[in-house]
Design a protein around this ligand. Structure first.
Ligand code: ZN
Length: 251
């Protein structure tokens, strides 16, 4: 089976200016993600780019050479140029998988893929506990995970989350303050698969937690394109309208 080429797009704004984030993620959030993604058996290559790279990290060449885009963002959503959002969108429709993490729920690309105001949700920074419940244990993204696991300190994201009905809900989070959230969800758009996973606030060491790493690795495997090319991937829009059988009905 062909191996997966992963590109991590980490916004990179916090790491440039917030000491608290630099302390938790000295090698940046993208670096922390790369440290465990690069060891995945099915992955051949991991690139790490940010908003501050050439064409904001979204060159056509790189996107064309990416099977799975892992997208972490928080405070600079509005700065991402629409023309690059369009590029990512087209690649997803043509089969590139995308894993959106934490505040990527408010990114232009997630908005566009969902078609709703996905930034609308409750949130609170109180360093409270989050218990992530695995509510879909037969789904590949739940592989190897327990019934539930605890994140000791988190930022709360709570319902109602203004998303279209997901294809699948894999995780539901409960928070110490009483809120709940659909924290792991999937969609398909065109030939592309989408996984959103909410844990990952920048001032807590959440991406060092084994269960969280397992979820992200499973998510990458699940959204990766099937390499036996489908007609949709190969031919674009179907244009052959010749009937397969003789049409005998008369008006
Ligand atoms: Zn956050």
């Amino acid at each position: 089976m062909k191996k997966i080429k992963v590109t991590i797009w980490n916004e990179g704004t916090h790491e440039r200016r917030d000491e608290a984030v630099q302390r938790v993620y000295p090698d940046t959030i993208g670096g922390a993600l790369k440290s465990f993604i690069k060891n995945m058996e099915g992955v051949s290559e991991v690139r790490h780019v940010s908003l501050y790279d050439e064409e904001q990290g979204f060159t056509q060449e790189l996107l064309d050479d990416t099977d799975v885009l892992v997208y972490w963002a928080h405070v600079s959503h509005a700065e991402v140029k629409d023309e690059y959002v369009e590029r990512i969108y087209e690649r997803v429709l043509n089969g590139m998988g995308i894993v959106l993490l934490h505040s990527a729920h408010a990114s232009k690309i997630f908005n566009k893929l969902c078609g709703t105001h996905t930034s609308y949700l409750r949130w609170r920074e109180a360093a409270e506990k989050e218990r992530v419940w695995n509510v879909n244990p037969t789904h590949p993204i739940a592989k190897g995970l327990p019934d539930q696991f605890l994140i000791p300190h988190t930022e709360m994201y709570g319902e109602h989350f203004n998303i279209p009905k997901p294809d699948d809900i894999i995780f539901i989070s409960w928070y110490e303050g009483g809120n709940v959230f659909r924290s792991g969800i999937t969609y398909t758009r065109g030939a592309g698969k989408i996984f959103y996973f909410s844990p990952g606030h920048e001032t807590f060491p959440i991406y060092y937690q084994k269960e969280v790493q397992q979820v992200i690795k499973n998510g990458i495997e699940w959204v990766a394109p099937a390499f036996e090319e489908t007609a949709m991937l190969k031919n674009g829009a179907p244009c052959d309208n010749v009937p397969l059988e003789e049409i005998k009905s008369v008006r």
